[in-house]
Design a protein around this ligand. Sequence first.
Ligand code: PLP
Length: 433
Amino acid sequence: MRKLLNHTESKRLFTQSKKVIPGGVNSPVRAFKGIDQNPIMIESAMGSHLYDVDGNTYIDYVMSWGPLILGHSDQEIVETLKEAVSRGTSYGAPTELEFELAQLIVNAVPSIDKVRMVNSGTEAVMTAMRLARGYTARDKIIKIVGCYHGHSDSLLVDAGSGPATLATPGSPGVPASFAEETITVPFNDIAAINDSFEKYGEDIAALILEPIPANMGVILPQEGYLKSLRKICDKYNSLLIFDEVITGFRVAYGGAQEIYNVRPDITCLGKIIGGGLPVGAYGGKKEIMDYIAPDGPVYQAGTLSGNPLAMTAGTVTLKRLSEENTYQHLKEKTEYLVDNLKKIAENSGIKVNFNSITGLFTRFLSTDKLPTNYREAASADRELFNKFFLEMLNKGIYLAPSPFEAAFLSLAHEKDDLDRTIEVYREVINNMA
Ligand code: PLP
């Protein structure tokens, strides 16, 4: 079996961690289980680079799974946080910081009139579901096969990300009666959506999806798909929920809904809006958001929600992202990297398909064509991926340890980083060919 090189200290620490932390990790995909290796243990990070406990350096394309669009240890975030921490770490009472970040989000995201902060993407989506059910007085939801919305009970059904990587769709502990309220359909398949609405329309509280799925690898919505979803939800008075936990403030300042010009009723956010600190948020139309306690009957609360440190890091991040040409730069970096990787693949004889959009991309190894849904994405060659992943890692490129995750770019990735990545990719692909 191929091995990670020079990882003695990582291995020692991970073995110890496994004794006191389930699987040695606090989130399953970090364990490298899908690729049958021990993970590397991180010591520190700066800009586009990760440093492990064995003294290895990596160019990072995980970026904490999306939040770090400004890069690791961004100087302005670090300085502002130092100052903020000296004024207290949590008050459990309202602050101007919460207002400031909420205002930035409302100004940026076209469909959001009001927004509530929570502590994770899971919490944001879980509450958005409760709100949709409470508001519509209906129970069923439609979700898309391969979309991941965090680990709340009704949304683990046919989920992408970790459950797909570990081949554990669903989970013991989710009551069958909860899962029964979740209808799943393939992405980019309007006929399947129409069928489900025809069958259950009057009972469907909401249709939830990642408008650009990034948890079965990156998959792009086909022309008119999102607009058709908006129409059918309107027809049946069901809510359309966009989970923009990954795409929010990444693919554009106003998220995927800005690019595709479709307005969901509720949007879920997370990752980038906390600038690397724990955060989530859900927001939407005023009349729906007013249904949340204390103004409305649907209950949701949180001891650390709107935490001043998370609000501070999020506000710095969004202000920086709102500067002119930010997304143009990120787009150019993404295109430069992906175009070069594509050329290498084309000349190698190995079948590689790339899906990409500003700040995000996935290479699908050995798929017949560019995947448009989970079934096609899942046909990627896992063995080949494992080999590819390990070779890249051994040469200093840190990718997500799963064929079903996206690669994340940041504004801190310099041309040198991209060129080094292209060089390593060429070596690895040519060795594999
Ligand atoms: N929604 C999407 C689209 C995600 O990618 C994730 C996590 O990766 C979540 C929700 C859950 O967010 P969290 O991990 O912060 O709970």
